[in-house]
Design a protein around this ligand. Structure first.
Ligand code: PEP
Ligand code: MG
Length: 578
C-alpha cells in the first residue's frame, strides 16, 4: 500500500511501525469473594511497584534529555503512586466494596480528581491531570495493556502517530527513530521543522495513516517525495535501501563543502545560517557548516517543563550558543514565540478559535512584561559573550515594535545600574511574518537593525491558509507571486536604509526558492541545519547575474507551479539535488 502525504523532512527511513496512540482503557467493575481480597491487593501492590520502576526510567531519560525540571514531573508522578492516602483509599475500597483492583483504582482516582478539580488553586487543579495520567499508567498495567511511550522505543522504528507535538518530537531519539509519519500537519508545523533539524525523514498530513498501519508492519518513509509505503514487496525494499545509501553518499559528498564559503560563481557571498531550538541543535548546526544562527527559537526552552525557565537558566542556554559561535559568527535570538501550535502547560491560555491569529508571541510578551523582561535580561547578558543579535516575532505594527524597544531600554538601564555587562550596541530586528509589515517595510526599515522574513507565517497570512491544515496544503505556496512580491518589497526597503535582510522561514532552505531569493538580494538564508550543505552546493553553482534574471522573470509570472517549473528548468542542478 502506498500513501501520499506532505514531504516534511528529506531522506529515507525504513523500519517496523511503532504506533503512538492513546490506548483506550476500559475497566469492568467486578465483585470479588472475600478470599480473593488479599490476592487483589497483592496484585495492586505488585503493579504499583512495576509502574514506579517504569516511571523511574522515564524520569531518568527526561533528566538526560530535557533537564531537571522535566524530570521533576515524573518524580511527582512517582510520589503520587506512593501517597498513603491515595493508596490506602484504593486498598480500603477493595476491602469494603469487595471489587477488583482496576475498579477500585478508577473509583478512588475519580474521587481525588473531583476534589483537585474543584479547588481554587490552579496548581492543585493541574495535579488532577497528573493523577489521571498516573492512574492511566497503573490501570494499563493492571489490565495487561502494553503501554507504549516514546521512552520505550528500543529498536529502529518508523513512528506512526495522529500528531506529534513539538515536545513529543523533542524526545525522539534519532538513533531509534528511522522516520515518522503523521495524520495531520504541514511542512511548516513545528514537529516537521524539528524533524528536519534532527535529520529524521518524515511525511506528515497523511490524513489516516494510523488506521492503515498496524504495529510491526514494515514501513518505508520517503521524505523526499512525501510517500509512505506499507509492507512493500522485497524488490521495493531493496530499491529503497539503495536510495537511502545513495542519499547518504550524497550527504558525504556535501560534507566536503563544510568549510567552504557560500559564494556564487561570480563572487557574491551570502550567509548560510541555521535555525536552532536549543544548545544541542547548535552543535549540530556547526557540524553541518552553519555560518551562524539565523533563528534561535527560544520557546523550546520553555517547553517540556513545569514552570517558566529562570533568567539564569535562559542566560546559560543563550550564552552557551553565543560562545559556540564565537565573536565572528552571529547568533540571532528570537524572543518568546509561544502560542499557535506551541503551548505551555503552565501558562493558562484559553482555547482560541484561531490560535495562529491570536494571543501569541510579542502580543503575549507585551501583555506579560514580567515574562518578557526576564528573557530580555538573559539575552542581553549573553550578548557580552558573542555576536548576539535579537529579534521580535509576529510584529504587526510600529507601535508594538516601539513598545518592545521601550521595555528593552528599561531592562538595559536596570542592568547598567546593577553593573552587569552586556553589549549596548546589540542589533535588534524584527521578523517579517505579517503582510502588514511587509507592506510597510519602508517605515519599519528606519527603526530596525535588520529584518528576518518568517515565511512560514507570512505565507499562511498572505494566502489565508492554515499552515497546519493538510486539507488545504495545496494553497500553501511559498512561490506564489503575491508572496514573492512582498519579499522583494521587504528586501528593497531594507537595502534602501542600508539594513541587512535574512529569511528564517523554511523557504530559505528550499532549493527551488534559493535562486529567486538570491536574485532578489537576500543577505542571509537561515534553515534547518541538515539543509545547509545542499544549499551551499547550489549557491556555488549559481551566478548572481543569472539569479537576478531568474528572480525578475519569476516576479512577472502569475502561478506558483509555473514559477517552480521555470526555476527547475533554468537550474538543472536542483533536480539532481532533490
Ligand atoms: C516563520 O514563521 O517563518 C518562522 C520562522 O517562525 P515559526 O516557524 O517559529 O513560526
Ligand atoms: Mg512564525
Amino acid at each position: 500500500m502506498e500513501c501520499k502525504g506532505i514531504a516534511a523532512a528529506s531522506g529515507y527511513g525504513l523500519g517496523r511501525a511503532f504506533l503512538l496512540e492513546d490506548q483506550e482503557v476500559r475497566v469492568i467493575r467486578q465483585t470479588i469473594s472475600s478470599d480473593a481480597v488479599d490476592r487483589e491487593i497483592a496484585r495492586l501492590e505488585e503493579e504499583i511497584r512495576q509502574a514506579i520502576a517504569e516511571l523511574e526510567t522515564v524520569r531518568d531519560t527526561a533528566r538526560q534529555k530535557l533537564g531537571d525540571d522535566a524530570a521533576a514531573i515524573f518524580s511527582a508522578h512517582i510520589m503520587m503512586l506512593e501517597d498513603p492516602e491515595y493508596l490506602g483509599g484504593i486498598i480500603e475500597k477493595i476491602k469494603q466494596a469487595m471489587i477488583n483492583a482496576e475498579a477500585a483504582v478508577e473509583e478512588v482516582t475519580a474521587e481525588f480528581v473531583a476534589i483537585f478539580s474543584g479547588m481554587d488553586n490552579e496548581y492543585m487543579r493541574e495535579r488532577a491531570a497528573d493523577l489521571k495520567d498516573v492512574a492511566g499508567r497503573l490501570l494499563r498495567r493492571l489490565l495487561g495493556i502494553k503501554t507504549m511511550s516514546l521512552a520505550d522505543i528500543a529498536e529502529e522504528v518508523v513512528l506512526c502517530a495522529h500528531d506529534l507535538t513539538p515536545s513529543d518530537t523533542a524526545q525522539l531519539d534519532r538513533d531509534k527513530v528511522a522516520g515518522f509519519v503523521t495524520n495531520i500537519g504541514g511542512r511548516t508545523s513545528h514537529s516537521a521543522i524539528m524533524a528536519r533539524s534532527m535529520g529524521i525523514p518524515a511525511v506528515v498530513g497523511l490524513k489516516d495513516i494510523v488506521t492503515k498501519v498496524k504495529a510491526g508492519d514494515f514501513v518505508i518513509v520517503d521524505g523526499n517525495e512525501g510517500k509512505v509505503l506499507v509492507n512493500p514487496p522485497e524488490g521495493i525494499i531493496q530499491e529503497y535501501r539503495a536510495k537511502k545509501e545513495k542519499f547518504a553518499a550524497r550527504q558525504r559528498e556535501f560534507e566536503k563543502l563544510l568549510n567552504e564559503k557560500s559564494i556564487t560563481s561570480d563572487g557574491v557571498q551570502v550567509e548560510l545560517a541555521a535555525n536552532i531550538g536549543n544548545p544541542e541543535d547548535a552543535k549540530g548546526a556547526i557540524t553541518n557548516g552553519a555560518e551562524g544562527v539565523g533563528l534561535y527559537r527560544t520557546e523550546f526552552l520553555y517547553m517540556g517543563r513545569a514552570e517558566f525557565p529562570s533568567e539564569e537558566e535562559q542566560f546559560k542556554a543563550y550564552k552557551e550558543v553565543a560562545m559556540l559561535f564565537g565573536k565572528e559568527r552571529p547568533v540571532v535570538i528570537r524572543t518568546l514565540d509561544i502560542g499557535g501550535d506551541k503551548e505551555l502547560p503552565y501558562l493558562e491560555m484559553p482555547k482560541e478559535m484561531n490560535p495562529f491569529l491570536g494571543y501569541r508571541a510579542i502580543r503575549l510578551c507585551l501583555d506579560r512584561p514580567e515574562i518578557f523582561k526576564t528573557q530580555l535580561r538573559a539575552i542581553l547578558r549573553a550578548s557580552a559573550y558573542g555576536k548576539v543579535k535579537m529579534m521580535y516575532p509576529m510584529i504587526a505594527t510600529l507601535q508594538e515594535l516601539r513598545a518592545a524597544n521601550a521595555i528593552l531600554a528599561e531592562v538595559k538601564q536596570e542592568l547598567s545600574k546593577e553593573n552587569i555587562s552586556f553589549n549596548p550596541q546589540m542589533e535588534v530586528g524584527i521578523m517579517v511574518e505579517i503582510p502588514a509589515v511587509a507592506a510597510l517595510a519602508h517605515q519599519f526599515a528606519k527603526e530596525v537593525d535588520f529584518f528576518s522574513i518568517g515565511t512560514n507565517d507570512l505565507v499562511q497570512y498572505t494566502l489565508a491558509v492554515d499552515r497546519m491544515n493538510e486539507k488545504i496544503s495545496y494553497l500553501y505556496q511559498p512561490l506564489n507571486p503575491s508572496v514573492l512580491s512582498l519579499i522583494q518589497n521587504v528586501i528593497s526597503a531594507a537595502h534602501n536604509e542600508k539594513k541587512w535582510v535574512g529569511m528564517c522561514g523554511e523557504m530559505a532552505g528550499d532549493l527551488t526558492a534559493i535562486p529567486i531569493l538570491l536574485g532578489m538580494g537576500l543577505d542571509e538564508f537561515s534553515m534547518s541545519a541538515s539543509s545547509i550543505l545542499a544549499a551551499r552546493a547550489l549557491i556555488r553553482q549559481l551566478s548572481k547575474a543569472d539569479a537576478v534574471d531568474i528572480a525578475q522573470a519569476a516576479l512577472k509570472m502569475d502561478d506558483a507551479e509555473a514559477i517552480k517549473a521555470y526555476v527547475e528548468q533554468k537550474v538543472s542542478f536542483i533536480a539532481g539535488l532533490k
